[in-house]
Design a protein around this ligand. Structure first.
Ligand code: FVH
Length: 291
């Protein structure tokens, strides 16, 4: 029998289903709705109440968690339900941009709806396990405090501020680091694989090297950026610029495309041409602003 406060989950894709399952496991009466109704089946078997319409689902709980593909989908779903949502708290865990989150918060405020934006830093299999966390931001911190315990059934909660765009900003900034790594790892596997060396054999070396570099690069870069001191005696941009040409040569020689790495060569060239050759890699972050 559910003993905890009722919650509604709109959107039962891979992530929404994992969120609803975690809420059920924590003892929350959980109402679920999905555009494709068949996806409510497995959750109903775990004790969820499937709603026929999004409006029915919204009316079942003071806290409405939304997890759809895009924020355009969220707007299209929620806008016609403004009356039902009035007085409730919407926690939107759909991935989106800071500007989208702020627009949704403005729309919600104009309709008497409390809006909290969230960024899930986990894959569905990590929900309700140690290491998973969700970033939250919104204008009404008290509403977040009211629901924090419920939300902690999903993952650790990290409140990042009263600007509704902040959770998305942190989320996308963290994912930017991850996608940069995806590019590097993809190119590394392509290069080592070009001589028939199995990826499995190479993986431990790659993992250890990335971890070691991360420990230096990430905090070191932060220190340099915040202090404004980019001069380095470790690895300067002039040297990196020269060495980088070796990658392009090797990719070409090994029959690989260079397009993932070409922009970094351009950035290094620009950094040195602008007189930053003695600085470390931290300087590059300052050269990414549009003029
Ligand atoms: N899966 C992951 O690893 C990541 C982890 C970090 C957070 N992301 C974001 O979470 C959002 C949902 O991702 P997902 O993995 O659940 O995605 P899908 O399994 O593809 O499910 C998408 C759900 O959205 C529903 N939907 C799409 N368009 C509409 C619409 N116009 N109206 C109503 N619902 C819509 C879809 O419904 P259906 O296709 O089953 O009918 C699914 O319920 C996403 O922002 C990730 O970036 C996940």
């Amino acid at each position: 029998m559910p003993t905890q406060s009722p919650v509604t989950v709109l959107g039962l894709g891979l992530m929404g289903s994992a969120l609803a399952a975690a809420l059920l496991k924590a003892g929350h009466a959980t109402t679920v709705w999905n555009r494709t109704a068949a996806k409510t089946g497995p959750l109903a078997a775990q004790g969820a109440t499937p709603a026929v319409t999004a409006k029915d689902a919204i009316e079942a709980a003071p806290l409405v968690i939304v997890c759809l593909t895009t924020n355009d989908n969220v707007r299209a779903l929620l806008e016609p339900e403004a009356t039902a949502l009035k007085g409730r708290t919407v926690v939107n865990l759909t991935n989106g941009s800071p500007a989208q989150a702020r627009e949704l918060a403005d729309w919600a405020a104009a309709h008497g709806i409390t809006y909290i934006d969230g960024g899930i830093m986990a894959v569905p299999q990590m929900i309700a396990t140690p290491g998973a966390y969700i970033l939250y931001s919104g204008r009404d911190e008290a509403a977040f405090a009211t629901h924090r315990e419920t939300l902690s059934a999903l993952a650790d909660t990290k409140w990042v501020g009263t600007d509704p765009g902040l959770a998305a900003l942190y989320d996308l900034s963290l994912l930017t680091g991850m996608y940069g790594m995806v590019m590097g790892v993809s190119q590394a596997y392509a290069l080592i694989g070009s001589e028939g060396i199995p990826a499995r054999e190479f993986a431990p070396l790659l993992t250890d090297f990335i971890v070691a570099m991360t420990h230096g690069l990430v905090p070191g870069g932060a220190e340099a950026l915040d202090s404004g001191r980019h001069l380095t005696d470790v690895s300067n941009l002039a040297m990196n610029r020269q060495a980088f040409a070796n990658f392009t040569s090797a990719f070409n020689e090994q029959g690989l495309r260079t397009d993932l790495f070409d922009p970094l060569q351009d950035l290094l060239d620009r950094a040195v041409e602008q007189g930053h050759g003695a600085d470390g890699l931290s300087r590059l972050a300052l050269l990414l602003k549009k003029d």
